[in-house]
Design a protein around this ligand. Sequence first.
Ligand code: ADP
Ligand code: MG
Length: 327
Amino acid sequence: PRLANQIAAGEVVERPASVVKELLENSLDAGATQLDIDVEQGGVRGIKIRDNGTGIEKEDLSLALSRHATSKIVTLDDLESVCTLGFRGEALASISSVSRLHLTSLAAGQQAAWRVEAEGKDMVTSVKPASHPQGTTIEARDLFFNTPARRKFLRTEKTEFNHLEEVVKRLALSRYDVGFRLNHNGKQIYDLRPVADQMHAEHRLATLLGRKFIENALTIDVEAAGLRLWGWIGLPTFSRSQADLQYFFVNGRVVRDKLVAHAVRQAYRDVLYNGRHPTFVLYLELDPATVDVNVHPTKHEVRFRDGRLVHDFLFSRIHKVLADVRP
Ligand code: ADP
Ligand code: MG
């Protein structure tokens, strides 16, 4: 309990998109290389995620649904060095407390798959035999069926689906080695195959961000002082629909950070005119010990040990790429 208290508690389930984010992060933490996502009515009616990860052992199945049950940290020291995406042990508990949840899994090395069902705060069945290939399927239905006050805050099907798709998009842009299949109301939205080499990810980028972006984008891959910056720098666009095409990842996690935003904007300044917007998909990699990626589930801020170094590196490298192509 002491450990649990020291880990910031917070409600992680706000809308279907947050459910999908937590479930996909769990699947990635479990080493999955293929993620199949099926949602109904923007995710409000149903979210089903199937992975081919390590699975969950029979005796851990119901435990996985209880609060502060995490297999990812054992001591407070682990907190300092977590590299898995989730570690607070509250996502599944939170999701199951506001939905009708089915959890089916076949753990690696086991012969039989097992399943548990929960409805709201109650476990409705004991652990039952099931049929499933190695990995886990989690189905959360009727989100907020038992909390009308929170259900009221849900937006239209289209809006909820857009949020949800954005979550999938960010993860798909952070893990090229993983396949992502997304269906909405039985219709396939996309089927992204794993990409062996990140720099050959154009197909995925075209699918997720549009052909126009990738056809006009400049590639970058530079390294200095322990920092590596790679990815795609789009040309500034007038298009309003592309104005939010700005993705920045630090050690694989998407961030929205002031220092980063400032450096990028400064670099674009000379080539930005008439209200054009920068567009980019960039990845910064650096020693994890020199950056603190905020672990709060909804914030995307980072703290760099040497902010000035990072700022100057980003600014100078992006500026150089843009200056080279400026007419
Ligand atoms: P956390 O991710 O913070 O540990 P969660 O509530 O998200 O907590 O998950 C609880 C536990 O359930 C995880 O620690 C993990 O052991 C197990 N788990 C959840 N989803 C999966 C999955 N898709 N594959 C394997 N194990 C899983
Ligand atoms: Mg988790």
